[in-house]
Every structure is written in structure tokens, then in C-alpha cells.
Design a protein around this ligand. Structure first.
Ligand SMILES: *Cc1c(COP(=O)(O)O)cnc(C)c1O
Length: 391
């Protein structure tokens, strides 16, 4: 399915719609539906037997033309054997984990994973008698020592949610491959435009489609990209659980993907410009941005990524929680809310949760998502509010 050689810009324009359009709109319509009917029982039975295979029209829950077009387009971008869409990024993560976790098995999870990955591990997997062990994300090849006979998978991401360390992906996948263990990697931050995890030895690359991939804060989706080896098993889990993607969401994501290259180029440039600006402010202790040397794992980002998105952190010098509140509330161009990767700038204080180690950085951590606004407007807004953090 993958067509690595086609330039990304062409994939984004030509993918996800019929190759030949004659007398039709350039975009597929919003495809809604549950029942699909057949002329003969034999045709129905053939569709039923092949219902897990991409492209088979059998019943709404298993996909339709728009879903299959979107999955094919994303598979090209990820260099994957195939993609299975899910209803959210969290669903992509949990369904990937459920594919491999068994009662009595042991799961290795990087300590800086996305908060809801941790919630699923604690609230669900542990109840299913899966032993979840968090490890230092910067451990590299030493993860080998943590692997047991019962280990079922390694779950990790780059950069870490909230704290932005970049692990040595090649070291982790090298160990996992040598031990015959599947790796599940959350690629939401970089998107396949800036990182292709499967090219780095990852088996399953999951992402939130609610962020940059759709890019307009108007829909919720998830994607699971897999190698050929794991494609059928992952798809079976998604189908068995009955997770599905809505027609409106699929339409919005296909539309968002058309401009992904432009939006990521803007996020890369504006994010770095704003992070460099923050680095010069007296209230800043350290910028947590993978493209900056102050970020642990910066060398791995340089090796494995071709750009940075517009989400990064700033550690401010120690101050009172009330000062952080006043600063955040004083901003006009930054919305206060979760998620990111849309067109608009966002701000959120972060308190990292750790199990394997501790987050001992002194000071206050704040996460910024840089949107498509004028960067001077953002700087003026921040400059007016930053003095609220002064001792
Ligand atoms: C937001 C996010 C998710 C979850 O995606 P939803 O679409 O909101 O469910 C997963 N991983 C990371 C790293 C995220 O930031």
C-alpha cells in the first residue's frame, strides 16, 4: 500500500480521493450510513467474509469509501502497510495496547507518556491483571534489562507529553526487535511529516487525528499505522471492540490534510521563533523544545525528526501558583484548554506525573501551542503578561 517515493506534497493533494475524477466534485461527499445492501446473498456473504479487509463495503461500522481513502492516504504518509482509523487518539492508543496485553503479561511504558495513556494503564489494564511498569524515557538500550518473559509490548512517545524529552527511538526499537517484542509509539506531536516511526523500527504508530492531522479543532479521530505483521491483529481488535469513525469527521480530516504541509511548516517556524523569544525573557528558566539544546534528547530529535511542531513548554523561574494563574488569565491570544494542533494558540500550566522517577525541575511549567496568528501579536500579548511572574 505504501508509496514512499511520491513527494509528500503530492500525496496530500492527490491522496484520499479517486485517482480519476470526471464530472464529480474534487472532494468525496460526507459519507453517512449503516446498512449496505447487496443484489445477491452470495455477494453479501463474500463481503461478510472479507469485512476486516480495507476496501470491503459490508456494514457502516467496518468503513466506507471515504474511510478507506483516508486510511490509504495516511498509510502512504506513514510508510505503513495499513492504517486503521479510530474514534479518537485515546481509542487508537487503548486499542493498540489491548491488541497485545494479556492477563498476566507485563507492559513497559515510558514515564512521560500522554496522561490518558497512563489513566488507561492504571484504571483498565491493571484491573485486567496486566502488570504495567513505567521506565525512564531516556534509558535507551538499557530498557533491555527491564524485559521479562511475560513482557508483551513497549509503549513510548517522542517528545514526552508536557516535558518534551526526546528518547532514543532507534535504541528502543533495536532492543525490541532483537527480543521479538512489538513497540507502540505515539507520533501525535510530529505527525508523519516530521517523523516516520515505522522507518525507525517501530511496529505500531498511533496518533490523535484531532490535533494537526485534521488541524482545525473541529473533529475527533485517531489513527493506528502498522507493519504488515501486526495489521490484521490490530484491525481485528478495533472491529471486535466496535470502535468506528464518523462520516463528518472523516470528511473534515481529509480536508485538513490537504494543508498539512503548509500548517506544519508554519508551526515549525512560528514555534521555534516563539521558543527563542521565550528563552530571552528574564522570567524563563529553560525552554522545553526539542529543537533547542536545553531539551534532553535534542541530539535524537536532530537525528530522527525533520521538523518541530508548534507545541512546546517553558519552565519559568519558581514563583507562586497564583502568579501563574494571573499570567495565564491575562493572555488574550491564548485560549486555556486541552488538545492542540489547531489553528489557534493555547496555553496550559503543566504538573508532570511520574512513576519511575520524579520531575524535579524547580519552577513552573507552562505549555504553549503556537497557532497561525501573527507572532508579533503573540509576543506583545505575552510581554504584557510576563511581569506578573516577577518575584
Ligand atoms: C491529545 C493526545 C492524544 C489523544 O488524542 P484525542 O484525539 O484527544 O483522544 C494522544 N496522544 C497525545 C500525545 C496527545 O497529545
Amino acid at each position: 500500500m505504501s508509496q514512499k517515493s511520491r513527494p509528500v506534497a503530492d500525496q496530500l493533494v492527490q491522496g484520499g480521493r479517486p485517482a480519476h475524477i470526471d464530472g464529480r466534485h474534487v472532494n468525496l461527499p460526507i459519507e453517512l450510513g449503516s446498512t449496505i445492501v447487496f443484489d445477491t446473498l452470495a455477494a453479501f456473504e463474500a463481503a461478510r467474509d472479507a469485512r476486516y479487509e480495507p476496501g470491503t463495503m459490508y456494514y457502516g461500522r467496518y468503513g466506507n469509501e471515504a474511510v478507506f481513502q483516508l486510511e490509504g492516504m495516511l498509510a502512504d504518509l506513514e510508510g505503513a502497510h495499513g492504517i486503521t482509523m479510530t474514534s479518537s487518539g485515546v481509542a487508537a492508543i487503548t486499542l493498540a495496547l489491548m491488541t497485545f496485553a494479556r492477563p498476566g503479561s507485563h507492559l513497559l511504558v515510558a514515564d512521560h507518556v500522554y496522561g490518558n495513556t497512563r489513566i488507561f494503564c492504571v484504571n483498565f489494564l491493571r484491573r485486567m491483571n496486566v502488570e504495567v511498569e513505567y521506565y525512564d524515557p531516556m534509558i535507551g538500550a538499557d530498557v533491555d534489562a527491564l524485559i521479562r518473559d511475560t513482557t508483551c509490548a513497549i509503549m513510548f512517545e517522542a517528545p514526552g507529553s508536557g516535558t518534551f524529552e526526546v528518547p532514543d527511538i532507534l535504541a528502543i526499537t533495536g532492543v525490541a526487535r532483537a527480543r521479538g517484542l512489538p513497540t507502540i509509539f505515539d507520533n501525535t506531536w510530529a505527525t508523519p511529516l516530521f517523523c516516520r516511526p515505522l522507518d525507525l523500527g517501530v511496529d505500531i504508530s498511533v496518533a490523535s487525528g484531532s490535533k494537526y492531522l485534521s488541524g482545525h479543532s473541529d473533529c475527533m479521530l485517531g489513527t493506528i499505522a502498522t507493519t504488515e505483521e501486526h495489521f490484521a491483529a490490530v484491525r481485528e481488535t478495533v472491529m471486535a471492540v466496535g470502535d468506528k469513525t464518523g462520516g463528518q469527521e472523516v470528511f473534515l480530516m481529509l480536508r485538513g490534510l490537504r494543508t498539512l504541509k503548509l500548517r506544519m511548516a508554519s508551526a515549525n517556524a512560528a514555534g521555534r521563533e516563539m521558543a527563542a523569544w521565550f528563552a530571552k525573557q528574564p522570567q524563563t528558566k529553560r525552554v522545553l523544545h526539542p529543537a533547542f539544546e536545553s531539551c534532553p534528547g535534542h541530539e535524537f530529535w536532530k537525528r530522527d525528526f525533520s521538523g518541530a511542531s508548534g507545541l512546546f513548554g517553558v519552565a519559568f523561574h519558581p514563583c507562586h501558583d497564583d502568579q501563574i494563574r494571573a499570567f495565564v488569565d491575562a493572555l488574550h491570544h491564548f485560549g486555556i484548554g486541552v488538545s492542540w494542533g489547531g489553528f489557534e494558540s493555547l496555553v496550559l500550566p503543566v504538573k508532570p506525573v511520574r512513576s519511575a522517577g520524579t520531575w524535579d525541575e524547580e519552577g513552573q511549567l507552562v505549555r504553549f501551542n503556537i497557532g497561525l496568528e501573527d507572532t508579533q501579536s503573540l509576543k506583545d500579548d505575552l510581554a504584557a503578561a510576563l511581569p506578573l511572574l516577577n518575584a
